[in-house]
Write a protein that binds this ligand. Structure first.
Ligand SMILES: Cc1cc2nc3c(=O)[nH]c(=O)nc-3n(C[C@H](O)[C@H](O)[C@H](O)COP(=O)(O)O)c2cc1C
Length: 196
């Protein structure tokens, strides 16, 4: 199975979710591409925020996502922080530059699942994933949400649309979500295999 994990992360939480998913998928024998979307913020803004700059430095070797990462993949796992209940502009820009791929039918029947984070438990975690899934309907993708298919989902806060996590004022994850990430990517790969 070819899996592309495509994320955006300002402070590192979604990067960590993506790394956990990558680790689990590799252990399952999948071919994995880990990709970050293109940053759009001016470098001067990033340089003035130590947390943002640190994350940029930490992930500098992660390649930037391209259309081929979608075309190549049997399964897609996205991870994005909430921005007022929606996906970040950086991620939206990536989605909005896939019109060429979409028009050739190359987004059809991809198995897709998504993860998210927000500062507050009710700060947009579910809405962000659902807003992302709206675009996936337009792609003709097959949305693979976790539902309540495993006990790890309840332990992670119970978001049936995808693993999501609250981030405290120090930037730490509040809920214990690693097992839910592992379950989500395992389920995604298993459904992608059935589709193939
Ligand atoms: C412009 C902006 C809008 C945000 N909107 C919300 C929000 O409405 N509710 C909330 O709980 N957190 C909000 N956040 C907090 C982010 O969701 C949080 O920093 C992010 O989930 C951390 O993920 P990361 O470490 O991968 O960047 C916002 C952050 C920014 C920068």
């Amino acid at each position: 199975m070819n899996l592309s994990i495509i994320y955006y992360s300002t402070y590192g939480s979604n990067y960590q979710l993506a790394l956990w998913a990558q680790e689990a998928a590799v252990a399952l024998g999948a071919n994995v591409r880990l990709r970050q979307v293109q940053e759009l913020a001016p470098q001067s803004v990033i340089d003035n925020q130590p947390g943002w700059k640190a994350q940029q430095d930490k992930s500098k070797d992660v390649p930037v996502a391209a259309s081929d990462d979608i075309e190549w993949a049997d399964a897609l796992l996205f991870s994005v922080p909430s921005r007022f209940g929606n996906v970040p502009a950086q991620f939206k820009q990536f989605i909005d530059t896939q019109g060429g791929l979409w028009s050739k039918g190359k987004t059809i029947n991809k198995a897709v699942s998504a993860m998210s984070s927000a500062q507050n438990p009710h700060g947009g975690q579910e809405a962000t994933i659902l807003n992302l899934y709206t675009s996936m309907h337009h792609w003709g993708a097959i949305i693979v949400s976790p539902g309540y298919t495993d006990a790890s989902i309840g332990k992670a806060g119970g978001n049936p649309y995808g693993t999501s996590v609250s981030i405290d004022a120090s930037g730490n994850m509040v809920e214990d979500v690693k097992d839910a990430v592992v379950h989500q990517v395992t389920r995604l790969l298993s459904i992608a295999e059935k589709l193939k």
